[in-house]
Design a binder for this molecule. Structure first.
Ligand code: S3P
Length: 174
């Protein structure tokens, strides 16, 4: 059992650092780390890119929903990095809010662009076509921020430290 008996969900745009921050928090709180994208891939036996290519985004969102429900079923104290789109489909955001502490990692689009290099882009089907990365990111941010804002806390991933986030989570958990 880790230091907290609540799940911590990290939500935010691709490139915001959900997995990196999640691993660091998991270490600090001695809790298991779960990457929802990885769960989807291991359940399907395919990469996310392959799932989008073999089916379509709707199918991916179904698998994502099932993986989210399964993770919630089996974890009562894990740090969970969701996918960038997870909170924005079905009632996933309500499910997330009800089953732990949710943190929106907020990072400006300019910073996301500098973090999403070619290899990172290739793994993410939403960015792998020839569209302009800045245009796509700005569009997605506009659609998604209303969902992300439902999180229990917004953490500025560019300006605030992990130690500050650790303190906030401890306060939210008590
Ligand atoms: C997606 C983000 C990805 C992954 C899938 C779709 C999105 O996760 O779930 O490629 O719609 O933004 P990351 O946020 O970890 O890149």
């Amino acid at each position: 059992m880790g230091l907290l008996n609540k799940n911590i969900f990290l939500i935010g745009m691709p490139g915001s650092g959900k997995s990196t921050v999640g691993r660091q928090l998991a270490e600090k709180f001695q809790m298991p780390f779960v990457d929802l994208d990885y769960e989807i891939m291991s359940n399907a036996g395919m990469s996310i890119k392959e799932i989008f290519a073999a089916y379509d985004e709707d199918h991916f969102r179904q698998l994502e929903r099932e993986a989210l429900r399964a993770v919630i079923q089996k974890s009562a104290g894990a740090v969970i990095a969701t996918g960038g789109g997870t909170p924005c489909f079905f009632d996933n955001m309500e499910l997330i809010r009800k089953n732990g502490i949710s943190i929106f990692i907020d990072v400006p689009v300019t910073e996301l662009i500098s973090r999403i290099n070619a290899a990172e882009r290739d793994k993410r089907p939403k960015f792998s076509n020839n569209t302009d990365l800045a245009v796509t990111l700005n569009q997605l941010v506009r659609q998604r921020v209303p969902f992300y804002k439902k999180a229990h806390h917004r953490w500025d991933g560019n300006e605030q430290t992990i130690d500050e986030l650790e303190l906030i989570i401890k306060q939210l958990a008590t």
